[in-house]
Design a protein around this ligand. Structure first.
Ligand code: UDX
Length: 435
């Protein structure tokens, strides 16, 4: 099928290339000329495992092209809208400027029977409004939220764990929209991927509800970490024990520096803001707590470093290992790890921060920080802080690292190190919510 993808950022670039892998012919459209040129040359604008190879293959096949001109969407049957919905400056609400502009820009090129498919994460009620913009062209709108995780984006797009279609109210329109989406996702459907076909509002809500639930799960365990710290309990064992209850489950119960990234933090804030607009703010009051607990964990990492250094980080060399909001990503949006580095630096510590992929992005945002290799960070450090659980940090040899540093003090901001091994090697180990 011929399709267009409007917005070639994280979501759009992965979606466009993955659709080619599923056998379709795709044009990716974005206003950013530099991004389009790079993509057209088969270069990935982000660090995402598997994406560079997929881009080279798809562009090489001639079935993936890129353009800055919305007219390139003409002739496509399905048009995915995959632009960003960042947090509005000075507010918790989502900024819908890019979504509105993408749909507006598409209108002149839509034909009777086309389907515009929203993938961006939006406040509930947006699809209904956009559908009214699209309908006069003879095209229709569907909402098809995306649940991809960074680091697994290609796999999650090609083999999603579920598909959600938000379809028009009119039964005929809904059937036609569903048939087109079924054709798009034929491969996933043939593999028995669960499908929920519903209305616009439910589809929009599924996405924010899923992210709100995940954020709540993480903040729940981080709240338990706070209580563990006050009582001498161990939150990791606590998570194991409650996680054996199948109703709870062990995943997303890792206590640590908290969640970050381009989705969870802004999505829970936008969800709260939308609930308030709907006069239902109270229903989501708990999300403010979820956000608050999350932000407190960053403070806690900094506090633990200062405590371990005897009450002041001033003039102490601190190795900060990790800047990306999670491993296998170069994304530093709302990253607790980068935040910890910046705060320690602000306290007068001589921070040397490292990350396998996120240094360039971090430097652009915080040129005042000193960055280096893992070794440069560790050499003569008075304290080591691990804030992103990259494999190379989890696998560090505590004996070898012990020989490089000035003091064997390690703060494990992600509870990802082997406590016994580090303690046996003579380290003063402090985890998050652990004895
Ligand atoms: C998330 C959702 O998982 C995805 O379904 C949605 O579409 C977009 O948002 P992503 O932002 O890629 O995906 O990251 P995710 O793997 O969910 O991790 C989010 C943050 O939570 C990271 O900072 C991670 O370190 C943190 N986290 C995750 C924890 O602190 N503890 C956990 O147990 C799990």
């Amino acid at each position: 099928m011929k399709m267009s993808v409007i917005g070639c950022g994280y979501l759009g670039a992965v979606h466009a290339a993955s659709m080619v892998k599923l056998g379709h012919e795709v044009v990716g459209i974005d206003v950013d000329n530099a991004k389009i040129e790079a993509l057209a040359a088969g270069q990935s604008p982000i660090y995402e495992p598997g994406l560079p190879e997929l881009l080279v293959e798809s562009v090489g096949s001639g079935r993936l092209t890129f353009s800055t001109d919305p007219a390139a969407a003409k002739g496509s049957k399905v048009h995915f809208v995959a632009v960003g919905t960042p947090q509005k400056a000075g507010s918790y609400a989502a900024d819908l400027r890019f979504v509105d502009a993408a749909v507006q820009g598409l209108l002149p090129y839509l034909s009777e029977g086309d389907l515009v498919v929203g993938k961006s994460t939006v406040p509930v009620g947006t699809a209904e409004r956009l559908a009214k913009m699209v309908e006069p062209t003879g095209a229709r709108l569907a909402w098809n939220p995306e649940f991809l995780r960074e680091g697994f984006a290609v796999k999650d797009t090609i083999s999603p764990d579920r598909l959600v279609y938000g379809l028009p109210a009119d039964a005929g329109d809904a059937a036609r929209a569903k048939a087109l989406l079924d054709e798009v996702y034929a491969e996933a459907l043939a593999a028995d991927t669960p499908l929920v076909s519903t209305d616009y509002a439910t589809a929009e809500l599924v996405k924010v509800a899923a992210n709100a639930f995940l954020a709540t799960k993480i903040s729940f365990i981080n709240a338990m970490a706070e209580i563990s710290e006050a009582t001498g309990a161990d939150v990791t064992q606590l998570a194991d024990a409650i996680g054996y209850d199948a109703r709870i489950g062990r995943r997303f119960l890792n206590a640590g520096a908290g969640f970050g990234g381009g989705c969870l933090p802004k999505d829970i804030r936008a969800f709260s803001a939308r609930a308030e607009e709907l006069g239902k703010g109270e229903a989501l009051n708990f999300l403010k707590e979820v956000d608050g607990i999350n932000l407190r964990r960053r403070d806690r990492v900094v506090e633990l470093v200062v405590e371990a250094l005897g009450g002041s980080a001033y003039n102490k060399k601190v190795a900060v290992l990790g800047l990306a909001f999670k491993p296998d990503s170069d994304d530093i949006r709302d990253s607790p790890s980068l935040d910890v580095a910046v705060r320690l630096n602000g306290l007068g510590a001589n921070v040397v921060a490292s990350d396998p992929q996120a240094i360039a992005n971090s430097r652009r945002m915080h040129p005042q920080l000193v960055f280096g290799t893992t070794e440069e960070a560790l050499r003569d450090a008075d304290a080591v802080v691990v804030v992103t659980e990259w494999k190379e940090y989890r696998e560090l040899d505590p004996k070898a690292v012990g020989e490089m540093v000035t003091s064997k003090i390690v703060i494990d901001g992600r509870n990802c190190l082997d406590v016994a091994a580090w303690r046996d090697a003579g380290w003063k180990y402090t985890g998050m919510g652990r004895r």
